[in-house]
Design a protein around this ligand. Structure first.
Ligand code: CTP
Ligand code: MG
Length: 210
């Protein structure tokens, strides 16, 4: 095998899509499945080595939880690859500019993880059933996106040790005390979670995003 590039990407495209109503990586967005859009963003950002996880041509099999799917992708990344990006197939509208921000920040070398973050827009409430207990100060709160970038060896360690129920990889690093930093995310980089999100994605594409 030839020497590996120092940066690979894992694109997770497995899962049941319970909230969407079925596996969504194959859902059509302007004539192509979501995972194809997501992979193209990675490749047009200069990534040559992309491990696709999911029941797809050229894909490796996914696992029961998102973190299991990432772990299966990680098993395909050679040991000498220094950095790895993890991206959701459900985010077809990431941009090369966003990928570049994550990679550039990762290469600064003072953090093991980098996540794109956007300020929370809504007013947040703490509740018990339907009763409001109080409001949550949102000034320091952000919503995080993918792609997330990691020092590969630290991500491997985090996966070996970390949290049981993690909806992103940064949570696994946090659980073992590793430093994770943010870069500005992109509000247009929405995640397709519910069927109506596809409508918004089409609109964003028609106005030049993705
Ligand atoms: N994913 C995966 N393997 C899993 C679960 C999720 O590869 N076992 C991927 C999905 O393909 C998606 C990303 O992780 O690109 C984010 O997950 P999410 O939006 O939660 O997808 P699902 O888990 O499939 O949806 P739901 O939570 O509604 O069931
Ligand atoms: Mg899920």
């Amino acid at each position: 095998m030839s020497a590996s590039a120092d940066l690979w990407a894992i694109l997770v495209a497995a899962g049941s899509g319970a909230r969407f109503g079925g596996p969504k990586h194959e859902a059509d967005l302007d004539g192509e499945p979501l995972w194809v859009h997501a992979e193209r963003v990675l490749r047009s950002s200069g990534l040559e080595d992309v491990v696709v996880v999911g029941d797809l041509p050229g894909g490796v099999a996914g696992g029961p939880r998102r973190r299991d799917s990432v772990a299966r992708g990680l098993a395909e990344v050679p040991d000498d690859v220094e950095f790895v990006l993890v991206h959701d197939a459900a985010r077809p509208l990431a941009s090369p500019a966003l990928v570049g921000r994550v990679v550039d920040r990762l290469r600064v070398g003072d953090a093991a993880g980098v996540v794109p973050a956007v300020p929370v827009r809504d007013t947040l409430k703490d509740t018990a059933d339907d009763v409001v207990i109080g409001s949550v100060d949102r000034s320091s709160l952000v919503a995080v996106q993918t792609p997330q970038g990691f020092v590969t060896a630290v991500l491997r360690r985090a996966h070996d040790v970390g949290e049981d129920d993690a909806t992103d990889d940064a949570m696994l690093l946090e659980a073992i005390g590793e430093r994770v930093v943010t870069v500005p995310g992109d509000p247009a980089n929405l995640k397709i979670t519910y069927p109506e999100d596809l409508v918004l994605a089409r609109l964003l594409r028609s106005s030049g995003h993705g």
